[in-house]
Design a protein around this ligand. Sequence first.
Ligand SMILES: Cc1ncc(C[n+]2csc(CCOP(=O)(O)OP(=O)(O)O)c2C)c(N)n1
Length: 288
Amino acid sequence: MMATEREMEFAAGLVNLAAATADTRDLAKKIRQHALRMTNAGGGSHIGAIYSCADLLAVLYGGTLRVEPAAPQSPTRDRFVLSKGHAGAGLYAALAERGFFSLDKLATHYQDGSELCGHVSHELPGIEVSTGALGHGLSIATGMAYSGKLKSAAHRVFCMLSDGECDEGSIWEAALFAGHHGLSNLIAIVDFNQLQGLGRTSDILRLDPFADKWKAFGWDVREVDGHDHNLLQQTFAEVPFASDKPSCVIAHTTKGKGVSFMEDTVLWHYRTPRGAEFEGALAELEVA
Ligand SMILES: Cc1ncc(C[n+]2csc(CCOP(=O)(O)OP(=O)(O)O)c2C)c(N)n1
């Protein structure tokens, strides 16, 4: 099928409304601030998991993804699947900041009847699929990419995973399929923060040699500092890394990044930021 004029414009990066608003560091700060208020008010958490990927989300929604807030269902849009759906508050904040829906909605997070469920809900504009049961996102994204390839579509499919999530066998089944079919329109980003819900990833189930595993499954791999905005922008601008392979970005991150007492701490996977901890975190983020 011939690519439409619109698809060719997207592919050439000519239509990228996100780039016009890009100050990704400011966006990352806002994502962290919103998520802190949302988890505080809602009484839910996963704040550490949100903070490890806040810079990744900011770079993606601050210029990388070819998306249009005014046309969230545009057939030519890039697709993004947050497979680590427990970091949903971070994605909601990024989407609201980009204008997919009103910032006021963020206050309803985790409340009865809200569309902003604790784990990602596709009821909201800009969200492709509901996620939260770890291990499913890459299979869904791989199906989207395969469909796009069959239609010779120009859009890309980005999928963000977490490291502990890679304990799931379904991740490797999807990776095998994507490598076999040479899905160069598929980009997996692994938020590699070295912590899971209850301990260190290396203690619970060793993933090393992690990059070599992806390579063995037919992917081209880059390893980056997942908090370095310039490097992330440059890396995402270079996908696909190979014209006949899916791309994997292993982003080395710190869980809880941005708040000193949350960084690299298992406690802040589930803990709700309340009282002095909430105030202290807010103060640290303000001066960051
Ligand atoms: C299939 C499944 N099992 C268990 C859970 C509960 N759970 C939510 S987050 C989490 C830990 C995730 O750790 P990791 O994948 O490393 O992500 P991070 O929080 O570090 O980003 C678990 C076990 C889940 N959401 N899905």
